[in-house]
Each structure stands twice: as C-alpha cells, then as structure tokens.
Write a protein of this length. Sequence first.
Length: 112
Amino acid sequence: MSLNTNGVTTIISSINNVFDYLSYGTGVVADNAIALTTEVDRADTPSVITGSNYFDLQFSIDETTSNGNTIKEYGLAVAATGDISSTDNYAPIEKIALIYVILNVRTMVSAL
C-alpha cells in the first residue's frame, strides 16, 4: 500500500500531538526502556512544526530550569508522570544558567 499526499497529511495531523512531554535525565538509558535511569524533569508543551512529510516536536529547557545537571538521556512521554515511550542518549549537556536548551524530535512519514 502506498500513501498519497492526503494520506501523509492525515497521518501527521493525527499523531503530531501524541507526545506532550520530553523526559530528561543524567544517566544512560537503554533502548526500549520505559523509564530513564535518572530522570531530572520533563519539558512540556512542545511547539509542533509540520512539513510535507514530517513533523518536529520542539521542546525547550529554559535558563532557570535543571541547572547543575549534566543532561544525557531523553525520552518521549504522553503524561507528566509515568512510562516513557521512546528513549535516546546524546552528548552530555552541562546545564547552567547561561544555557537555554532546545531539542527537536523529528518524525517522518513516508509516502512509499
């Protein structure tokens, strides 16, 4: 089955608001985990940026939040507490008051 432009647009508009939180922490999370190793906080209310075959969820951690932590692990979550649905590890970010972090999570839909 292949999707036309209308099919891709329908999928994107249906799923771009599923994850409202980005969980982040100081540990190293395993693939397919349902929790972070050491969760610090959750960023909420992402900006949603849509394209013709993708959407980006853009989360921000402002200059007053989570200072003094080395952020290394991330996970997407539906709620403010509880299980996460997707995990990843990135290069460490030493969070201090001079740093404002913006993270983009891109989901692509293929019209094959």
